[in-house]
Write a protein that binds this ligand. Structure first.
Ligand SMILES: [Fe+2]
Length: 250
């Protein structure tokens, strides 16, 4: 069964000889902050697929948090607050804790790409899942600021909601073996790789599957705020949207 159209990562080069496989090598950076993939563009992935290539003997698990359960567990008063919030998502290097210091061959390329094109998108914090219709909380480390409130208020509100998403009750970990393939619903989860394997090698490879432009509970779409994000929105309209639209009709 085809999940949809794959798409290369907008700010990272694809693995040599492939169109859309992202090589995630701990030598170049570690996805050790909570995030949903590529939320700095309006049409971020619907699914992600990850394969274990080089796995450390101890540690390096990936952990996912259920953002549907997180929303449902919010007290009604906080749910209605979250329903009204929008967040500015931007591409940044802080996804990879040590990215600026790492010296692997792809680290400089990643830094150049991230710094050369600005990717900024405004998303509703509570979105309607494109396949299930469930309400989900979309935040994570690409969410840089909540809109319409001060920086201090944004930091407090973000921490409150993000902490709720990453409660232990909402999590599931995966202990990798070489060759494992994991598929997840990007629109209903956040994830991170646990950075507890020291200097051991860790390589996983990812493909993301196109998703539609985000939709809030009032029907408003996520909005590109920069050139890079606008390109993504246009590309989705042009081709990936056909695949996502087909999925939506099922
Ligand atoms: Fe990721």
């Amino acid at each position: 069964m085809a999940l949809g159209s794959d798409r290369s990562a907008p700010t990272a080069p694809s693995l040599a000889g492939t169109e859309a496989v992202l090589d995630i090598d701990a030598e170049n950076g570690r996805a050790s902050q909570w995030h949903t993939d590529v939320t700095f563009v309006p049409a971020f992935p619907l699914f992600s697929v990850l394969r274990g290539v080089v796995i450390p003997p101890v540690g390096g698990d990936t952990v996912w948090a259920n953002t549907v359960a997180a929303y449902e567990m919010l007290p009604p008063m906080l749910r209605s607050l979250a329903d009204q919030l929008w967040a500015l998502h931007a591409k940044c290097l802080r996804l990879c804790r040590n990215a600026p210091e790492r010296r692997g061959p792809a680290a400089a390329t990643l830094r150049d790409r991230v710094q050369s094109t600005v990717y900024q998108t405004e998303h509703p914090v509570v979105q309607v899942h494109p396949l299930t219709g469930a309400r989900v909380i979309i935040l994570g480390c690409f969410a840089r600021k909540l809109l319409g409130v001060s920086s201090a208020e944004s930091a407090h509100l973000f921490a409150m909601l993000q902490d709720h998403v990453t409660r232990l009750e909402n999590m599931v970990p995966w202990r990798w073996s070489v060759g494992d393939v994991v598929i997840w619903d990007d629109r209903a989860t956040q994830h991170k790789a646990i950075d507890d394997y020291g200097d051991e090698a860790r390589i996983v490879r990812r493909v993301t599957i196109d998703g539609p432009v985000s939709v809030g509970i009032d029907g408003c779409n996520g909005k590109a705020r920069s050139g890079g994000a606008e390109i993504n929105a246009a590309a989705w309209q042009k081709d990936g949207g056909r695949t996502a639209a087909r999925l939506l009709r099922r």
